[in-house]
Design a protein around this ligand. Structure first.
Ligand code: HEC
Ligand code: HEC
Ligand code: HEC
Length: 438
C-alpha cells in the first residue's frame, strides 16, 4: 500500500511537471519554407496583392475603424475575440515585430508577446503561404501601411477558453504540415489550389469542423474539404457536390461571381461579402482563372462538365399558381406575390446580375434557414466592386412581416419551383429577430 502511494505521488508530480512544461516551455517557430537570396527584394505591388489575396483587411479593420487598426469583434460560441492592430505602430500595433515573429503569427499562431493566438486568425490555412508571400506581406505592413495608435480590447472568453496555453493543445490536433505542396502536375491547378487552400482560406468557412473545432481537410485530397461549413449561424455552402455553384455554373459565370458578387444565378451575402469586396475582386485574370479551374476540378463526382447542365425541369406549378393571382392561394405564395415578385418574378429567376435567382439558390435551400430568414428580415446589399460599382439593395421586411409570415414565406420558397428543402419554424424567425440565434 505504501509503495503504491509513492508511485502515485511520483505520477502526480510527473504530471504536474509535464503540465507546467506544456504551459511554459517556449514554443517553436516554424522556419521559412524557402531560402531566398540575401538581397531578395519584394517586387513592386506584391505586398498589397498578397494582402488582398489573404483578405487581411476583412478581419483587421473594425466597422468604421481605421484600416488594419484591429478591434473588429469576432463572435464565437466561447466568447468574443478582437482582431489585433496590425499597423506598424510600435506600441499598440506590430511596428517592433521581426520578420520571424511575423511569420510565426501566420504559420504558428504565435503573437508578438509569444502568446498563442486564437484560431479566429486563420493560421491553420496561412501555414501554406510561400516565403515570397510572407516577405511581401511583411514589407507591406511595415512600409506601406500608416501606423495607427489603437489599443485593442482583450479577448472576452469564458473559462477554460481564456487560458491561452490550451490553444497549444488545439494546435497539436489541428495544424497540418507548414508550406504548400503542389498536388496536381499542372501549373494552373496548383496555383488555384494554393490560392484557395492557403491565402484564400476558403476552407475556414466552407469546410466542416470536427469535435475540436478544427477544419476538416486542408487539401482537395481530403473529401471533406470544402463540403460546407458554418459561419455566424449561416451555412457556407458545399463547393464540391454536383449541385454546388462551382460544379453547376459555367466557368465564366463562376469567375464573374467571385469578382463581382453577382452573376446570372446568385448574389453574394453574409460573411462572403467581405471576401468578394476586400479580396476576390482584386484577383488578376490569371489568378481568377486558376481558382475557377481548381474549384471546378475538385468536384466530388469528378471535374465539372465543360457545358453546364441545363436547369432542372420544373412542373411549372409555382409559376402557374403565382400567375393565377387566385384570391384563395396559400399564404406563402400570396406573401411572395405581394412582397417579392416585383424583383424576383413569378419564375423565381429575377434578372441577370441584378436580382438573384431564388429557384435553385443555395442560400434558399441551405440545410439551416438562418441566412434566408436574415435576408428577408434585414435585406441585403451587393458590394461595390471595380467591375460592378453599383450597390444593389434589397429592402428588409422586418417591419412588415410577422414571425409567422416570414416562416410561411420561407417555407414556400424552399418548396417553390425546383426547390425542395424542409419547412421553417416561426420560432427560428423570432430567435433571429431578437438576436438570440446561433
Ligand atoms: C478571419 C479573420 C482574420 C483574418 C482573415 C486575418 N486575421 Fe490576423 N488575427 C485575427 C484575430 C482575431 C487575431 C487576434 C487573435 C487573438 O487575440 O488570439 C489576429 C492576430 C494577428 C496577428 C498577431 C498580432 C500580435 O499582436 O501579435 C498578426 C500579426 C496578424 N493577425 C496578421 C494578419 C495578416 C498579415 C493577415 C492576412 C494575411 C491576417 N492577420 C488575416 C483575425 C484574422
Ligand atoms: C468568412 C467565411 C467565408 C470565407 C472565408 C469564404 N466564404 Fe464563400 N461563402 C460564405 C458564405 C456564408 C456563403 C453563403 C452566402 C452567399 O451565397 O453569398 C458563401 C458562398 C460562396 C459561394 C456561392 C455559392 C452559391 O451557391 O451561391 C461561392 C462560390 C463561394 N462562397 C466561394 C468561396 C471561395 C472560392 C472562397 C475562398 C477564396 C470563399 N468562398 C471563402 C462564407 C465564406
Ligand atoms: C426591390 C427589389 C427586391 C425585392 C422587393 C426583394 N428582393 Fe430579394 N434581392 C434583391 C436584390 C438586389 C438582391 C441581391 C442582394 C444581395 O444578395 O446582397 C436580393 C437577394 C435576395 C436573396 C439572396 C439571394 C442570393 O443569391 O444570395 C434572397 C433569398 C431574396 N432576395 C429573397 C427575397 C424575398 C423572399 C423577398 C420578398 C420578401 C425579396 N427578396 C424581395 C432585390 C429584391
Amino acid at each position: 500500500m505504501y509503495t503504491f502511494l509513492r508511485i502515485l505521488t511520483a505520477l502526480v508530480i510527473i504530471g504536474v511537471i509535464a503540465l507546467l512544461a506544456f504551459i511554459f516551455w517556449p514554443v517553436q517557430r516554424t522556419a521559412p519554407q524557402a531560402d531566398l537570396p540575401a538581397d531578395y527584394q519584394v517586387p513592386d505591388g506584391a505586398g498589397e496583392y498578397a494582402m488582398q489575396l489573404a483578405d487581411c483587411a476583412a478581419c483587421h479593420t473594425a466597422e468604421d475603424g481605421e484600416r488594419f487598426a484591429g478591434g473588429r469583434a469576432i463572435e464565437s460560441p466561447m466568447g468574443v475575440i478582437y482582431s489585433s492592430n496590425i499597423t506598424p505602430d510600435p506600441e499598440t500595433g506590430i511596428g517592433d515585430v521581426t520578420l520571424d515573429q511575423f511569420r510565426a503569427a501566420l504559420y504558428d499562431g504565435i503573437g508578438k508577446d509569444g502568446e498563442h493566438l486564437y484560431p479566429a486568425m486563420p493560421y491553420d490555412n496561412y501555414r501554406k503561404l510561400t516565403e515570397p508571400d510572407v516577405r511581401a506581406l511583411y514589407a507591406y505592413f511595415m512600409d506601406e501601411v500608416p501606423p495607427v495608435r489603437n489599443a485593442v480590447s482583450a479577448a472576452e472568453m469564458g473559462f477554460p477558453f481564456d487560458q491561452r496555453w490550451g490553444i497549444r493543445a488545439w494546435k497539436w490536433v489541428a495544424l497540418g504540415k507548414a508550406g504548400f505542396t503542389p498536388e496536381f502536375d499542372d501549373e494552373q491547378l496548383d496555383r488555384g489550389a494554393y490560392l484557395v487552400e492557403g491565402p484564400g482560406h476558403c476552407g475556414a468557412c466552407h469546410s466542416p469542423r470536427n469535435a475540436f473545432f478544427a477544419q476538416t481537410g486542408y487539401t482537395a485530397a481530403d473529401d471533406r474539404f470544402l463540403t460546407g461549413g458554418e459561419i455566424g449561424g449561416w451555412h457556407a455552402p458545399d463547393l464540391r457536390g454536383p449541385d454546388s455553384a462551382p460544379q453547376k455554373w459555367a466557368a465564366d459565370q463562376l469567375a464573374h461571381w467571385l469578382r463581382t458578387g453577382r452573376n446570372n444565378h446568385a448574389g453574394v451575402s453574409g460573411e462572403m461579402q467581405l471576401v468578394v469586396g476586400e479580396s476576390l475582386q482584386y484577383l488578376s485574370d490569371d489568378d481568377v482563372a486558376a481558382m475557377v479551374a481548381y474549384l471546378r476540378h475538385i468536384g466530388r463526382d469528378g471535374p465539372a462538365p465543360t457545358t453546364p447542365a441545363a436547369r432542372p425541369e420544373t412542373s411549372g406549378e409555382t409559376e402557374e399558381l403565382l400567375a393565377s393571382a387566385d384570391p384563395d392561394m396559400d399564404l406563402g405564395a400570396r406573401l411572395y406575390l405581394d412582397n417579392c415578385n416585383a424583383c424576383h418574378f413569378v419564375d423565381g429567376r429575377g434578372a441577370d446580375e441584378v436580382f438573384p435567382d431564388l429557384d435553385g439558390n443555395s442560400l434558399v435551400n441551405a440545410p439551416g434557414a438562418t441566412g434566408l430568414i436574415d435576408i428577408i428580415l434585414n435585406g441585403a446589399e451587393l458590394p461595390s466592386t471595380e467591375i460592378r460599382p453599383m450597390r444593389l439593395r434589397m429592402p428588409g421586411f422586418a417591419d412588415r412581416l410577422s414571425d409567422d409570415e416570414v416562416a410561411t414565406l420561407a417555407t414556400f420558397l424552399r418548396s417553390a419551383w425546383s426547390n425542395s428543402t424542409g419547412p421553417v419554424e416561426a420560432g427560428a424567425v423570432a430567435d433571429l429577430r431578437n438576436g438570440s440565434a446561433q
